[in-house]
Design a binder for this molecule. Structure first.
Ligand SMILES: [Cu+2]
Length: 279
C-alpha cells in the first residue's frame, strides 16, 4: 500500500535524485501537494457529506440559512494563513535552490585562475567562488557544450562536445546557457529546473551530482522541425575519469582539425575552370 502510494505520487511529482537543487524543488513541491491534498479531502468530503445528508426528501423543507459570519471569516483567515505559510516556506527554500554550494570533498580540482569567475544577479557562485563553468549552446537541433580550457597553451581552444555533457561528480557545475539561433529550453529533469536558451541572453543554473550516472533530458520548447531530435544527456564520471575523458576529447578535436587542414590544403591546390581568385 505504502509502496503503491509512493510510486503513484512519484508519477505526479518532479524528478529528483541527481542534484541538491532538484531534490529541494521536489520536496517543496511535495509539501505543497500534501497540504493541497488534505484541503481537497476536507472540501470534497464536506461537499459529499452535505449532498447526501441534506438531499431532497418528500415533505421536508430545509432550513433557510443566510450566511454565517464566523464561519466565513474563519475559512478566509485560515486560507490566508496557509498561503502565507507556503510563501514563507518557499522563500526560505529558494536560496538553496538558486545558490550553488561549494564542491564536495572528492570533487574535481578546479583551477584558481584561468577562467574568470564573476557573480551577478543572474549568475550565482558557490561561497568559495569556484565552480566548473560550462557553456551550453542551443542550436537547431543539437546542444553544444564548451568546457574550460580556452587559455591553455596547446592553442587548441576550449574543448567541446555535442549532445552529451560529461561532468565530474561531487563538483559544482555552473551552466551558462545561450542560443545561437532560436529559443531552446535546457531541461534535465533529475538535475533541476528548466532554463531557456535565448539568443543574445545568458541564463545560468547549476547542478552537483553526487554519484556517477547518466541523466537524460530533451529540449523543452518547440524550436523548429527537428525539435524532437534535440536530446541531451549528462554523464557524471569520477573526477579522474572526467580528466581522462577531457584529454581524449582534446585529442579527437586535434585529429579532426588536422584532417580538416589537410582537406583545405588539397582544395586550395586545385586549379580549375571558373575558380574565383580569393580576395
Ligand atoms: Cu527544441
Amino acid at each position: 500500500m505504502g509502496h503503491v502510494l509512493h510510486s503513484t505520487l512519484a508519477f505526479f511529482t518532479p524528478q529528483s535524485g541527481g542534484s541538491p537543487n532538484a531534490n529541494r524543488i521536489d520536496s517543496l513541491y511535495k509539501i505543497v501537494l500534501y497540504i493541497a491534498l488534505v484541503i481537497f479531502v476536507i472540501v470534497e468530503g464536506g461537499l459529499a457529506y452535505a449532498l447526501i445528508r441534506f438531499r431532497k426528501r418528500k415533505g421536508v423543507v430545509p432550513a433557510q440559512i443566510h450566511g454565517n459570519t464566523r464561519l466565513e471569516v474563519g475559512w478566509t483567515v485560515a486560507a490566508a494563513l496557509i498561503l502565507v505559510g507556503l510563501a514563507v516556506l518557499t522563500f526560505a527554500k529558494l536560496s538553496s535552490i538558486q545558490n550553488p554550494p561549494n564542491s564536495g570533498p572528492g570533487g574535481a580540482e578546479l583551477a584558481d585562475s584561468g577562467e574568470l569567475l564573476y557573480a551577478s544577479a543572474e549568475r550565482r557562485l558557490p561561497p568559495n567562488g569556484r565552480a566548473l563553468n560550462i557553456a551550453v549552446i542551443g542550436r537547431q537541433y543539437i546542444w553544444q557544450f564548451v568546457y574550460p580550457g580556452a587559455s591553455e597553451p596547446d592553442g587548441l581552444g576550449a574543448p567541446y562536445s555535442y549532445q552529451e555533457l560529461v561532468v565530474p561528480t561531487k563538483t559544482t557545475v555552473n551552466l551558462d546557457i545561450v542560443s545561437s539561433d532560436v529559443v531552446h529550453s535546457w531541461w534535465i529533469p533529475k538535475l533541476g529546473g528548466k532554463f531557456q536558451a535565448v539568443p543574445g541572453y545568458h541564463n545560468y543554473t547549476w547542478f552537483k551530482i553526487p554519484n556517477p550516472g547518466v541523466f537524460k533530458g530533451q529540449c523543452a520548447i518547440l524550436c523548429g522541425r527537428g525539435h524532437a531530435r534535440m536530446i541531451a544527456t549528462v554523464r557524471a564520471l569520477a573526477p579522474a575519469q572526467f580528466e581522462a575523458w577531457l584529454a581524449k576529447q582534446k585529442e579527437l578535436i586535434k585529429a579532426a582539425n588536422r584532417e580538416a587542414q589537410i582537406a583545405r590544403t588539397k582544395l586550395g591546390a586545385q586549379v580549375g575552370a571558373g575558380q574565383v581568385e580569393s580576395p
